[in-house]
Write a protein that binds this ligand. Structure first.
Ligand SMILES: *[C@@H]1O[C@H](CO)[C@@H](O)[C@H](O)[C@H]1NC(C)=O
Ligand SMILES: *[C@@H]1O[C@H](CO)[C@@H](O)[C@H](O)[C@H]1NC(C)=O
Length: 196
């Protein structure tokens, strides 16, 4: 008798269990379902073999809307001698029936001075591997290339892969972009004095 009573939950046990379930369902933080609209999707295509779409952010500036897309193995239109430096593209949303995208040039095609004990190697730097946008209205955009290298010490067979990032204003004017290389440990003071 006693053994049989312990085996099953019994009607009272079931009621307690139901109450616990009810508490869990009403008290636990609720997830919100949403649907991905697959029928009216906007498709943007990029050049082949560029990993176009590796990173993506939605962007707006004033009334303009953009899709900003990273393509970390793209070649540059401005200097084809650099081997697959990677690039980002902007694709206008709305009034763009052909769904075209435009490459944005970050970094000078001629090369940039990067410091007193620095010589840049932009080949295969994977620019556009990451993209982020500051939240809110007219947020700026940052993109990085983690494989950018300082080859100043190449004679001692050292390449310093410290990476590089570029920040740009929300109007996407690349001429106002800023090069950010926080991992470079050179004569930063001397470099500033020379360039400013
Ligand atoms: C965002 O940019 C638009 C277009 O330049 C400008 O009219 C607006 O004032 C800006 N908003 C803010 C919060 O800066
Ligand atoms: C293109 O880039 C290469 C490699 O960085 C550089 O040596 C060359 O001077 C650049 N060419 C032009 C036209 O800027």
């Amino acid at each position: 008798m006693a053994v049989a009573a312990r085996r099953g939950p019994g009607p009272r046990g079931a009621a307690v269990w139901e109450a616990v379930m009810l508490l869990l369902c009403s008290g636990a933080p609720t997830g919100r379902p949403y649907n991905v609209d697959t029928e009216s999707a906007l498709l943007y295509a990029g050049p082949r073999d560029t990993l176009f779409g590796y990173s993506v952010v939605l962007h707006s500036h004033g009334a303009k809307r953009w899709l900003v897309v990273g393509a970390p193995t793209a070649n540059w239109l401005s200097n084809t001698s650099v081997v697959k430096p990677g690039a980002i593209y902007r694709c206008k949303i709305g009034k763009n029936p052909a769904r075209t995208c435009e490459q944005l040039q970050l970094g000078s095609p001629f090369g940039d001075p990067c410091g007193k004990t620095c010589l840049e190697e932009r080949d295969n730097q994977w620019l556009g591997v990451t993209l982020s946008r500051q939240p809110g209205e007219n947020g700026s955009i940052v993109t990085c290339g983690h494989r950018w290298k300082n080859i100043f010490y190449i004679r001692t067979e050292s390449k310093l892969p410290t990476g590089v990032c570029y920040g740009m204003p929300s109007d996407l004017r690349t001429e106002l972009s800023k090069r950010i290389a926080p991992c470079y440990q050179g004569s930063i003071g001397a470099y500033r004095a020379r360039t400013e």
